[in-house]
Design a protein around this ligand. Structure first.
Ligand SMILES: O=C(CO)[C@H](O)[C@H](O)COP(=O)(O)O
Length: 214
């Protein structure tokens, strides 16, 4: 546990995100192929990787961005980029999350990039998730916000209704069963439950940084 508490004031949520992101970048080594996440927390990690490259403290990094926005950020920082076709095996990915449960299952995608994130982060040896403590939940879905699901545009209302009907009378209990049921619906592309994917979660809170390993 590393203390981050300021004697004079509480840290803002953005400051906590930055602390978690910088801690995660300590896992990055020269020569790695890296998944670059999306969202306000991941942005700090990408900035930091760019800074270390510029300073010559990291070399030969190849980044695989999980969104157009992250692609643009990485290009602006001079981070060399590639894709999964050329680099199907990644050493490490760093990304934020919307919810993290005690078993390190995640909800992601409220930032709008869940499909690319799931593809990239599923191809990594190590997937480090960075969050401020507000993202910790007792169980997936506990925040009360909807689980993001990406669907095809064709008759999207029809697919949305069928998705709603799936959980009308039931809670999300068995996550694996819920995941399978969603993915079985024609019209669904992917959902935002990232089950059993994170290898490490870095949580920044008022009392310090906690590193949770699978
Ligand atoms: O899954 C995501 C994007 O699809 C983000 O990682 C998630 O929404 C967290 O975002 P933020 O770091 O801005 O709180």
């Amino acid at each position: 546990m590393v203390s981050t508490q300021s004697p004079s004031r509480l840290l803002t949520q953005d400051e906590l995100k930055k602390i978690a992101a910088y801690k995660a970048v300590e896992f990055v080594e020269s020569g790695m192929v890296l998944g670059l996440g999306t969202g306000s927390t991941a942005k700090y990690a990408v900035d930091r990787i760019g800074e270390l490259l510029r300073q010559g403290k990291l070399n030969n990094i190849i980044g695989i961005p999980t969104s157009k926005k992250t692609h643009e950020q990485a290009v602006s920082l001079g981070i060399p980029l590639s894709d999964l076709d050329s680099h199907p095996f990644l050493d490490l990915a760093i990304d934020g999350a919307d919810e993290v449960d005690p078993y390190l299952n995640l909800v992601k995608g409220r930032g709008g990039s869940l499909l690319r994130e799931k593809m990239v982060e599923g191809a990594c040896k190590k997937f480090v998730v960075i969050v401020d403590e507000s993202k910790l939940v007792k169980h997936v879905g506990a925040s009360g916000l909807a689980i993001p699901v990406e669907i095809v545009p064709f008759c999207w209302k029809f697919t949305a209704q069928r998705l709603q009907a799936l959980f009308e009378d039931a809670d999300i209990g068995d996550l694996k069963a819920a995941s399978d049921a969603i993915l079985r619906l024609a019209g669904v592309v992917e959902h935002g439950m990232f089950l059993d994917m994170a290898t490490t979660v870095i949580v920044a809170g008022e009392l310090g940084i906690t590193v949770k390993n699978k």
